[in-house]
Design a protein around this ligand. Structure first.
Ligand code: FAD
Length: 461
């Protein structure tokens, strides 16, 4: 039988409706669609999709079980490699990973691996999550700093290996960027909480409101623990460094999204951290963070939401699906455009941004073509809110409070492939080591570090 060339469509809220609410946009596959989609998999012998997955999920195997309608078995296969499938099934950049390697790309669209992963995770959550067998207690204690995807994955794997794990998180909620950065309409917080709950049920002890480096430092933790994993992420926003950036109405994406997601600015007056949005918002940058900010602005009531980006469409780093959803919702893309200065009124409130048009030159160090300003092309746009989403750097607090820890040029903690730092017993992974990257890479780093920590603990008394 000929294979269907396209993925089965994902049902979702219409753009007109969804910009009025914060509910999740795609609804997910039903059982029948999931089975039909799984049947598109060719079960290739060389399994190219697995090599595209940073946590090495046995993709053909779980898909085979879905095609047979054996969802419980499929979940079992999935969970041997990932503790956060509902998250990855929603936010992973599949097109550049597993789906990018799928053989079906030669004739049409790849198998919708991400949608199938999400389907299984949602199926399991509805049914009730099973707790796997835990190895016998080893008597070793590990401290994990940061409850983002890197820290949580590392904690989950270490507990399964029989180690006693305590997680120390600065905020009052777990999940890192999954909770404070990625908006509800893309990743419902209830889902993040359920996945964190699973890690707690495995036996990890999560301590909140502990800012390591201030409340307690790593050297003190070392007295009580046999090993430390640092997964404190890249939450330090970068700025444009142009005039007017201190005006009222200019936010870092980090602050804007944290206020909205964690402090529920959209539910004012039930929550008391409002956000002043105005009629016109401009977001600077074109990654996932920028798309999230521009789409959030519309939901907070902005009439116009711009993405302003200095390169062209081809260089935009956001996931294709995010760009597609932003366009459908009416976000206006002003490409090859760079801000020069922000302009305020006499009270210091932002009223305009002055921009300049750009053209692309030769490729730079990143391999992308360098944007060059076109003299005399300056123009102004009236805006009330500006959101800077041009990247984040590693959080500096922990790296700078551990004596002798080797730090890289970008403020990242230097590690080897397995997450070992230059100090025996201290490991690190995720955005704190790589700089801002992706959820699945952070999870992959947490997994590798857990294996290295286990090895280290077995070799120490
Ligand atoms: P984080 O998620 O940043 O977690 C670090 C944790 O450490 C946080 O909970 C923090 O509070 C805690 N911490 C920090 N300092 C301390 C301290 N001193 N003491 C104790 N705790 C501390 N990736 C994708 O794959 N797909 C996407 O669609 C996507 N969208 C994104 C959208 C936004 C808005 C953002 C900001 C990022 C997005 N990313 C996306 C990137 C992805 O979320 C990150 O790469 C990933 O979360 C990194 O995981 P982490 O565990 O290393 O760090």
């Amino acid at each position: 039988m000929a294979v269907k060339k396209e993925k089965h469509k994902m049902p979702e809220q219409s753009p007109k409706e969804r910009i009025k609410n914060f509910n999740e946009v795609p609804y997910g596959y039903d059982e029948k669609t999931a089975i039909e989609e799984a049947k598109r998999c060719l079960q290739c012998k060389n399994r190219p999709c697995v090599s595209g997955c940073p946590v090495e999920i046995d993709i053909p195997d779980f898909i085979k079980h879905v095609a047979e309608g054996n969802f419980d078995k499929a979940v079992e296969v999935l969970k041997t490699k990932t503790s956060l499938p509902a998250v990855c099934g929603r936010v992973c950049p599949y097109e550049g990973q597993c789906e990018g390697e799928c053989t079906l790309n030669k004739i049409g669209e790849p198998v919708a691996i991400g949608r199938l992963e999400r389907f299984l995770a949602d199926y399991e959550r509805r049914k009730g999550v099973k707790i796997p067998k835990i190895a016998k207690p080893t008597g070793k204690k590990v401290a994990v700093v940061g409850a983002g995807p890197a820290g949580l994955t590392c904690a989950g794997d270490l507990v399964k290996m029989g180690h006693k794990v305590s997680v120390f998180e600065a905020l009052h909620d777990p999940g890192g960027v999954l909770m404070y950065g990625i908006p509800e309409f893309r990743l419902p917080k209830e889902i993040v909480k359920a996945e964190v709950d699973y890690i707690s049920k495995l036996g990890a002890n999560i301590n909140y409101d502990v800012v390591v480096g201030k409340t307690v430092d790593v050297d003190e933790l070392r007295e009580d623990f046999d090993a430390i994993f640092i997964g404190t992420g890249a939450g330090l926003p970068r700025f444009l460094n142009i005039p007017g950036e201190n005006l009222d109405g200019v936010y870092s994406a980090n602050e804007f999204l944290t206020r909205t997601n964690m402090m529920k600015a959209y539910d004012f007056p039930n929550y008391d951290t409002p956000i002043k949005i105005g009629k016109t918002v401009a977001t600077f940058g074109a990654g996932n963070v920028a798309m999230d900010s521009a789409r959030t602005s519309l939901r907070l009531g902005a009439k116009k939401s711009y993405i302003i980006y200095r390169r062209s469409e081809k260089e935009m780093p956001a996931r294709i699906e995010e760009i597609h959803h932003a366009r459908e919702e009416g976000v206006i893309f002003k490409l090859l455009t760079n801000p020069v200065r922000f302009i305020g009124d006499e009270k210091g409130h932002l009223i305009q941004v002055e921009c300049i048009e750009m053209k692309l030159g030769e490729p730079d160090d990143s391999g992308r073509r360098r944007p060059i300003p076109i003299p005399g092309s300056e123009f102004k746009i009236d805006i009330e809110t500006a959101i800077i989403a041009i990247g984040q750097s590693p959080n500096p607090l922990v790296p700078h409070t551990v004596k002798g820890l080797k730090i890289g040029k970008r403020g990242n903690i230097e590690t080897d492939e397995e997450g070992r730092t230059n100090i025996p017993g201290i490991f690190a992974g995720g955005d704190i080591a790589t700089g801002a990257a992706t959820v699945i890479l952070a999870m992959g780093a947490g997994k590798k570090a857990a294996r290295a920590i286990d090895k280290y603990l077995k070799n120490t008394k």
